[in-house]
Design a protein around this ligand. Sequence first.
Ligand SMILES: NC(=O)c1ccc[n+]([C@@H]2O[C@H](COP(=O)([O-])OP(=O)(O)OC[C@H]3O[C@@H](n4cnc5c(N)ncnc54)[C@H](O)[C@@H]3O)[C@@H](O)[C@H]2O)c1
Ligand SMILES: [Zn+2]
Ligand SMILES: [Zn+2]
Length: 348
Amino acid sequence: MHVAGKVISAMKTIVCQEPNRLIQTETTKPVPGAGEVLLRVARVGICGTDMHAYRGNQPFFVYPRILGHELSGIVEALGAGVDGIEVGDQAALIPYVACGECAACRKGKSNCCTSISVLGVHADGGMREWFVVPAKQLLVVNDLSLDQAAALEPLAIGAHAVRRSGLQQGDTAVVIGGGPIGLGVMAFAKSRGARVIAMDIQDEKLAFCSSWAGVDETINALNAPLEKLESLTNGDLADVVFDATGSVRSMEGAFQYASHGGSVVYVGLVKADISFHDPDFHKKELTLLGSRNATMEDFAAVVDAVRSGAVEPTGYITHRCRFDELVDRFESWLPPEAGVVKAMVQFE
Ligand SMILES: NC(=O)c1ccc[n+]([C@@H]2O[C@H](COP(=O)([O-])OP(=O)(O)OC[C@H]3O[C@@H](n4cnc5c(N)ncnc54)[C@H](O)[C@@H]3O)[C@@H](O)[C@H]2O)c1
Ligand SMILES: [Zn+2]
Ligand SMILES: [Zn+2]
C-alpha cells in the first residue's frame, strides 16, 4: 500500500496489556493469506466481555490481548481463493471461529463448537486499523450503515436465544436483565409477535427497555415481581422466561416466573453452581435451555430485522469515541452510573 509514495506497513493498535491497562501502540500491518481478507476496520462496539477482560475478571482470559469482536469495516484486499467478497465491500465480523468437525459443528451448532475461539476474546480481535480474518468469518452487508453492521453480533445473541426458545406469536415472554444482551432478546421476542415483559432491578434500565425495545410491560424485580407478573398475566405467568442478568440469584429465581409447561432460557452466564428445588422444576414440567453465541442463521435473521426496520441498533448506541481517544475514555465507561448501553469506537 502506498500513500504519497510511502509504504504503510505499521498500524495503530490498542492492546489490553494486562488487567486495567490499555495501551495504544504500533503493530505490523498484516497481509491476507489464502482464504483470508484484509479489512480496514471502521467501527468496534464495546461490550461487557471487553469490560470484564479489562478489569481482569473474565475467566481464562490471556494477556496481552487485542480486544474487539463487534465490528464492521471495508474490504481492502483479498487473499488467494476468496470468492463472494469484493474489494470495497462493507462487512461485519462473525467472531466465532468453529472447527467444523466436532460433534456440535456436525450438528450445525457451530455456536457451541467444542474448540470455539472467539476473535477478540480467545484470539486477537479488531481494535486496530486493519484486521486479517478468514473470509468465512465475514458477512457482506453493503446496504447497512457501519454502525448497524457493527451491532449485528450482540443482537445475534438475542436472536439465537429467541429462536432456540421456540417462542410463538401471542406467547408471553419475561426477559430478566435489561443490559445490551437482554435488550436484544426483547427486540427479537417482540419481532416474533410475543407480549414481552422486561424485568430489571434498575428503573432507568426498564425505561430504556420500553423506549428502545418497545416492551409491553416492565417489572422492577425488587418490588413483588411475582405478584405483579401474576396480575399482568391472569395468573398464567410466562410461556418463556429468558434470564440475561449474569446473576446467580436471578437465575435461581427464574423458574417461578414460568408457566406450567413453560421454558426457561439461560442467556446470561455465571461461573458458579446454580441449584433449584426439583419439585419447582418438575411440577411445571419446565424446559431449561442454555443459549450460547449465535449461528449464521441468527446473523441472517438480524440482518433481515435491521433491513426491515423491525430492529434499529443505532438507537442503543449511547456512547462513542474515536479510536485515538479510546485509551483515555475507556475507564469512564465502566461504572454503572455512566449509563453505557453500547459504546462504539469509530476509526475515521
Ligand atoms: N449467551 C451468550 O452467548 C452471551 C453472550 C454475551 C454475554 N452473555 C451474558 O449475558 C449476560 C448479560 O450481559 P449484558 O452485557 O447485557 O450485562 P449487563 O450487566 O449490562 O446487564 C445485566 C442487567 O441485569 C440486571 N440485573 C442484575 N441482577 C438482576 C436481578 N437479580 N434481577 C433483575 N435484573 C438484574 C442489571 O441491572 C443489568 O441491567 C451476562 O451474564 C453475559 O456474560 C451471554
Ligand atoms: Zn460483545
Ligand atoms: Zn467444532
